[in-house]
Design a protein around this ligand. Structure first.
Ligand SMILES: NC(=O)C1=CN([C@@H]2O[C@H](COP(=O)(O)OP(=O)(O)OC[C@H]3O[C@@H](n4cnc5c(N)ncnc54)[C@H](OP(=O)(O)O)[C@@H]3O)[C@@H](O)[C@H]2O)C=CC1
Length: 355
């Protein structure tokens, strides 16, 4: 059995940050999403989400099972205001079982793994819509990310790996400016050739609106309850591709993107890209508040179906060349990537002879 700490996962991922490695990981994740698509309820059975029964705890515990033909296991993840106040965020692990016998093959810390697999799902939609090897693509040179947690961090890392020749500037927008500054300082060390700008989106809009309008890729990684990505921030020139990926909201009252944008999709019959129709319609504030229906959602698994080509006009707003994607996360994403990392890790993890 393999035991991988968060540090092991980070070391492994950092040594695999190339376009080729990420494309291989994307394939693993997309295969998992296609398997889910064939049998959603059986592959991703209902999860348990329950508040702690300990009176000193405000933690919510989530148990997320996966029983696919090739990935069997469970992700256990816990968090809440108390954890956030201690700087812990979500804590948890992924148990990877042998898919035939159920014996335990790996135990992987879920912290960075979760952020990595979400960023991988985001970039799977992104690189399909805007291939990173296109020479002629009309891409604006900045990247804007809302939020400063692990999700924001891994989204920036993956997008810079895929589009490194095309992005000169990264804008980090956050509720707290101090936390945005901390993340930018970290990135300035890791990516000295890229310009990083930090802003509070609650501050003077004139300071950052121009930067967002100069961004083709905009990512939302916050649990915001009122929109932080406003329609007015989005470049409206149809000459430039714009891809907005939202991963933060996970409850009906949470919303990161201006409903005015979603309503343009709805009124023109344009589809939104998702990881799961069923799960996003239960969890994603943007879709629920705009009363979006499953007929106008396209799953990433469908986007990658070689037998059913989906023309970009189905999911691109014609007037301004905008694509929107919403990811809520599925246990099969955790299991497929955890299994892949555990199998590929020959060193770094601790080998446990007997369990
Ligand atoms: N789609 C998916 O599969 C997954 C989504 N998520 C979600 O992604 C989001 C980011 O997660 P992660 O990177 O781990 O970061 P954290 O959950 O640690 O959140 C940190 C970020 O959220 C901001 N934030 C916290 N509360 C609010 C609020 N009420 N309004 C606006 N911003 C707020 C923080 O801003 P500040 O610095 O100012 O405090 C900071 O930028 C979360 O919503 C999380 O639930 C997480 C896992 C998987």
């Amino acid at each position: 059995m393999k035991l991988l700490t968060d540090a092991d996962v980070i070391t492994y991922l950092n040594s695999n940050l190339t376009k080729n490695s990420l494309a291989k990981f994307q394939n693993v994740l997309i295969e998992g999403l296609k398997t889910y698509k064939q049998n959603p309820d059986k592959v991703v059975p209902p999860r348990i989400a329950q508040m702690s029964n300990n009176e000193d705890s405000d933690t919510t515990h989530l148990f997320m099972p996966c029983i696919s033909p090739n990935e069997v296991g469970i992700k256990v993840i816990s968090g809440g205001a108390g954890n956030n106040a201690k700087g812990l965020g979500f804590q948890g692990c992924v148990l990877v079982l042998d898919e035939i016998t159920g014996s335990l093959n790996a135990l992987v810390n879920a912290k960075s793994l979760t952020a990595f697999r979400t960023a991988l799902a985001s970039t799977s939609g992104l690189t399909k819509v805007i291939p990173y090897d296109w020479e002629e693509v009309e891409l604006l040179p900045e990247l804007t990310v809302f939020g400063v947690g692990a999700q924001a961090y891994w989204h920036v890392k993956l997008i810079l790996t895929f589009y490194k020749e095309k992005i000169t500037t990264v804008n980090i927008l956050n509720r707290s400016l101090a936390n945005a500054e901390k993340l930018c300082d970290r990135f300035r060390v890791e990516h000295p050739d890229v310009v990083f700008n930090e802003f509070s989106y609650e501050g003077d809009k004139s300071e950052f609106t121009g930067h967002i309008r100069n961004s083709s890729i905009i990512i939302g990684c916050t649990p915001a309850t009122s929109p932080v990505i406003l329609n007015d921030y989005i470049n409206q020139d149809p000459k430039y591709h714009k891809f907005i990926s939202l991963i933060g909201s996970y409850k009906p009252h949470m919303i990161e993107l201006d409903l005015a944008v979603i309503e343009q999709f709805k009124s023109t019959g344009t589809a939104i890209l998702v990881d799961s129709k069923e799960h996003t319609l239960h969890e994603a504030g943007e879709l629920i508040q705009a009363d979006f229906d499953a007929d106008h959602l396209i799953e990433i698994g469908e986007l990658y179906d070689p037998d059913n080509y989906l023309p970009p006009k189905l999911f691109t707003l014609h007037a301004n060349n905008v694509v929107v994607q919403k990811i809520v996360g599925l246990s099969i994403m955790d299991l497929s990537i955890a299994k892949c990392i555990a199998e590929d890790t020959r060193s770094g993890g601790v080998e446990v002879a007997e369990f």
